[in-house]
Design a protein around this ligand. Structure first.
Ligand code: PEP
Ligand code: MN
Length: 372
């Protein structure tokens, strides 16, 4: 059961203390107080854990501090919306707000290959007003003989360059929990020049021990990529491992599903699930058009498939776009063939903006005339 407290209630007040004591007076029930950033305000929610099935909701509604009592019926206990009763939660990290209402592009290198290419990429982003990027240091590769990423070795120059060019968040995959400490140490050594969003790749979507570790640290937010060969429900359950560990600063990322039915795309584009994930969970939703399409194929209209697929996710309300760019794709050590080129960046930003504005225009039409 979740008890939503009224807006701006001070959780130190005697009324809230009495509420907690009352809840814990039921046998086998304990509580956890969570303060989270909602769409319009800071939300205080009291989670009742344990044997809550037989507890009546009515007595809790008598407390002056209580706005709503929500009985949890669905599986996604921490990330779920529970039939629309709970509002979406976003978060602020290193000066950037990410929620179901915001929109950010995270362009960058699939894998860091050398200092020069990385710095060129971040400089281009800075020059184009982008403060959020991707850059892979730890790469989980299909073959052990493929480039595995430079790991901790590249972090000092990645963070230094990010700071220099005004990049505030770098989305970066980890493949083992020991890398969390490597990231935190390198960030500290850089004087916190930037921030990191820990990326859980599709191959680790059900690596439950890794998910628990990532969830138990609350310093860095998490981008959770859906599993490529499991159902959406299984991916959302896996994402619960992160949230139930205590870290609620999570973005859920769609990146396509592995099946030959999506050929000639690398993965079957699943961006129709953007509104589904927004409805089922409180999380902001990202798309990854690069790993979905997997090539620089172009439609007869002159737009690359990556542009078209990005538009499909953005028109459906995606909050974040993780997209591969490379200033010299021929030098890329991972996924060069799907990378967009430096000269395509302004056009890509413009195209995404056109589609985002179209999405917002659609929303404002509904707001002014819900049924018309
Ligand atoms: C990536 O974003 O670099 C990546 C490997 O993606 P995915 O886990 O979706 O394959
Ligand atoms: Mn890649």
């Amino acid at each position: 059961m979740i008890i939503v407290l009224k807006a701006d209630v001070n959780t130190e007040t005697p009324d809230v203390q009495r509420l907690v004591e009352f809840a814990e007076s039921y046998p086998g029930v304990r509580t956890e107080l969570h303060q989270i950033q909602g769409a319009t305000r800071t939300l205080s929610e009291l989670y009742l854990l344990g044997s809550t099935g037989v507890i009546p909701t009515e007595p809790f509604k008598e407390f002056a501090c209580v706005e709503r009592v929500v009985r949890i019926t669905e599986k996604f206990r921490s990330i779920g919306r529970h039939g629309g009763e709970l509002e979406a939660v976003g978060f602020d990290y290193n000066g950037i707000r990410i929620s179901q209402d915001t929109f950010h592009l995270f362009p960058g290198l699939c894998a860091v290959d050398n200092r020069e290419n990385l710095d060129t990429m971040f400089r281009l982003l800075g020059e184009n007003g982008i403060q959020t990027a991707r850059a892979g240091a730890y790469k989980p590769r299909t073959s052990p003989y493929d480039f595995q990423g430079y790991g901790a070795e590249c972090l000092p120059y990645v963070f230094e360059s990010a700071g220099k060019h005004g990049i505030r968040i770098v989305s970066m995959e980890i493949t083992h929990e020991s890398q969390i400490d490597e990231l935190l140490e390198a960030l500290r050594d850089s004087g916190n020049a930037t921030g990191v969003m820990i990326q859980i790749g599709t191959r680790n979507a059900q690596n439950f021990e890794l998910l628990k570790h990532v969830g138990q640290q609350t310093e860095l937010p998490v981008l959770f990529k859906r599993g490529m060969g499991i159902t959406l429900e299984e991916s959302l359950n896996a994402c619960e491992y992160v949230a139930s560990g205590g870290n609620r600063r999570i973005v859920f990322c769609l990146r396509g599903m592995k099946t030959n039915l999506g050929d000639p795309h690398r993965n079957f584009v699943d961006f129709a699930h953007v509104p589904v994930v927004k409805r089922l969970t409180r999380l902001p939703v990202s798309i990854d058009p690069s790993h979905s399409v997997g090539s620089r194929a172009m439609a007869p209209d002159g737009l690359l498939d990556v542009f078209h697929v990005t538009a499909q996710g953005v028109i459906a309300g995606a909050n974040m776009v993780l997209v591969d760019f490379h200033p010299k794709p021929e030098e890329a050590l991972c996924d060069g063939p799907q990378a967009l080129l430096a000269e395509e960046l302004p056009r890509y930003i413009e195209d995404a903006k056109i589609v985002r504005e179209a999405y917002l225009a659609r929303l404002s039409r509904i707001a002014s005339s819900p049924t018309g």
